[in-house]
Design a protein around this ligand. Structure first.
Ligand SMILES: [Zn+2]
Length: 294
């Protein structure tokens, strides 16, 4: 492959031993600088390519000579060159971390194959972006997770050595299997988490009028869609109400239980399909996962 030829040690016999290690580190820092943009903009739904880097406080467009990874942040002591507003240490940290990650990939896999080292470096770059976004926003954008699956398959296609596979099909098969196993583990964590911690209490500020609508529980300040509450047929939302009003009748001081298949008010049972609107006055809502209902 062309890349292998570029990195072929015979072609670089005259170059000092640490040269490629330094190249990987510097390249990693530059990628880290881009990751900072990704971390800042992706969760906000902004483009990661335009506009060019600018100070979030004064919108000062940062010229290239003040956009040098690691150096700029240190040189300006973590402040904007224009308005002196503090720039988060995260920028420095992500650049350094990514640089070190790329360096480590080169040291570990470089001797074996440069594309292999690059593929692992790319994977780590994705992890770094995901980790910092997760830390701040408690989400990992689809662009990273789904994009990561795509990038993983592509890398497997171009770098079969990733899977110790000799052939392309072998590598792709391994890659798809890996995606299924990885996705399966995450899904299992979700299921187990729901089972173990599936009890969710929504405390209300005193007696509150809530509405069980057709698609969501409507609280004074927010709506909770049923799909967030009902994960399985057996999941239940329970509340004790001082009053319950249906279109044609009224209850006082009763327990209401709602699951996807059944609505129970006191001793009366309904199908949720026949009750499109229910108004209740209550102090708290409890979402119960099936295993906790005893
Ligand atoms: Zn500024």
């Amino acid at each position: 492959m062309v890349i292998d030829a570029i990195f072929n040690p015979e072609n670089w016999a005259a170059v000092p031993a640490g040269f490629w290690a330094a190249v990987f580190f510097v390249f990693g820092c530059i990628v880290g600088s881009f990751l900072n943009v990704v971390i800042h903009r992706l969760p906000l739904g902004e483009s990661v390519v335009s506009p060019p880097s600018h100070c979030p406080h004064c919108k000062y467009s940062i010229p290239w000579w003040l956009n040098i990874p690691l150096v700029t942040w240190l040189w300006l002591r973590g402040k904007c060159a224009n308005c002196r507003a503090p720039i988060s240490p995260r920028y420095f940290l992500v650049e350094l971390l990514t640089g070190l990650a790329f360096l480590a990939c080169w040291l570990q896999f470089g001797a074996q194959s440069a594309p292999l080292a690059l593929a692992y470096a790319l994977l780590l770059a994705g992890f770094i972006a995901a980790a910092f976004i997760d830390l701040e926003h408690m989400i990992i954008p689809d662009e990273l997770t789904l994009g990561g699956i795509g990038a993983g398959l592509l890398c497997s296609f171009f770098v079969p050595a990733l899977h110790d596979a000799a052939t392309l099909t072998g590598s792709l098969k391994q890659s798809l299997l890996g995606a299924a196993v990885g996705g399966g583990i995450i899904y299992a964590v979700l299921r187990v988490g729901k089972l173990l911690f599936g009890r969710q209490q929504v405390a209300l500020a005193g007696e509150t009028r809530i509405i069980l609508g057709e698609t969501a529980v409507i609280l004074p300040d927010k709506e909770i869609p049923y799909e967030e509450l009902f994960y399985r047929q057996s999941d239940t939302v329970q509340l004790h109400a001082t009053t319950v009003e249906l279109i044609d009748r009224c209850y006082r001081d009763v327990t209401v239980k709602l699951s996807p298949a059944r609505l129970q008010i006191g001793d009366d049972r309904f199908s949720p399909d026949e009750v499109h609107y229910l108004e209740a006055v209550t102090r708290a809502l409890t979402g119960l996962s099936s295993t906790l209902q005893g």
